[in-house]
Design a protein around this ligand. Structure first.
Ligand SMILES: [Zn+2]
Length: 312
């Protein structure tokens, strides 16, 4: 079986935490060996730590995500450093900058300052850092230039930046991690960008429970009890049966592709196989080749001192 490494996900998310045991098992049965589980705010670092203590496959990551910058406590950085002291197996993440529809509500200079502190910490601890960046790639690059290079690696998670910036980020030590969000780019743009990434810097991730791949519904796994999904399935089934006398051209689109699902539909960590499929097709290589090279890249990156990945 192909081995896979989910380089970025949020299995501590309150929406799925009660089902994590089952989600991990199902993903493991499909080949996922490790899950890099990223905390996003002071309130969830403890859940990440606990998951890591219960599951040998969970690589804990601690960080303050840009969306939570405004509500950070005065002690947040001290607390963060204490988590690293008590959890040598941890990496840094999720950190970043965001000028998207949500991020633009949060003071940008504070976002940059919080990111700067955490990038410096990652560098000092010699650990990789998982970075979120939305519409701020120029700012991120400038900041990384002033602090970097990053010999322990920086993961540009769910990378949707330009092809042109790939070499500049690579020079500083970046890896490029791809999730279901890649399917929101036009195929020719995605292809051009992917081909700029050297094969020793490609990673795969789910970002679960976010980033449901826009794949054929039949090829996806869903999270049991996801209410948004149940309602939508019901609505679609009702609609399509009542309009069965229409010609196919008049029929509402039937439920074949996940882009028609509500955007809150939860992503299952086993859907990394759909990301694998898509990225391999864009790169025109086999799934097996991509699984192997992305797994080896992630193992190398996450083999810092104290890491669980080292011991396997
Ligand atoms: Zn994330």
């Amino acid at each position: 079986m192909m081995k896979l490494f989910d380089a970025h996900c949020h299995l501590q998310d309150p929406k799925i935490i009660s089902k994590t045991q089952q989600l991990i098992k199902t993903a493991q049965d499909r080949g996922v060996v490790f899950f890099a589980v990223n905390g996003v705010c002071e309130q969830d670092w403890d859940s990440v730590k606990q998951l890591s203590e219960t599951h040998p496959s969970v690589v804990p990551c601690f960080g303050l995500h840009p969306w939570y910058v405004a509500e950070r406590s005065p002690n947040w950085f001290k607390t963060l450093k204490e988590y690293f002291d008590s959890t040598p197996s941890a990496a840094v993440g999720e950190i970043g900058v965001d000028k998207g529809s949500h991020g633009k509500k949060i003071d940008f200079s504070e976002q940059v300052e919080v990111l700067r502190q955490q990038l410096e910490l990652a560098k000092e601890l010699n650990k990789p850092a998982s970075v979120h960046c939305v519409r701020a790639f120029g700012d991120l690059l400038e900041l990384m230039k002033t602090i970097g290079p990053f010999p322990a690696g920086v993961i540009l998670h769910s990378y949707l930046g330009s092809a042109e910036m790939v070499p500049e980020f690579s020079k500083l030590g970046a890896y490029f991690s791809f999730s279901g969000f890649l399917m929101s780019l036009k195929a020719n743009k995605a292809k051009k960008m992917l081909k700029m990434v050297s094969s020793d810097r490609i990673l795969l991730e789910t970002d679960a429970p976010d980033a449901l791949p826009k794949s054929n519904i039949d090829s996806l796994l869903f999270v049991e009890g996801d209410t948004s999904l149940v309602e939508e399935l019901h609505r679609q089934r009702t609609t399509s049966s009542s309009t069965s006398d229409l010609s196919p051209a008049d029929s509402p689109q039937v439920f074949t592709d996940a882009s028609m699902l509500p955007k809150e539909t939860l992503n299952h960590p086993a859907n990394i196989l759909n990301v694998l499929d898509y990225v391999a097709s864009m790169l025109e290589i086999t799934k097996e080749e991509l699984a192997e090279l992305s797994y080896q890249n992630a193992v190398r990156l996450f083999s810092y001192e104290g890491s669980k990945v080292l011991q396997k």
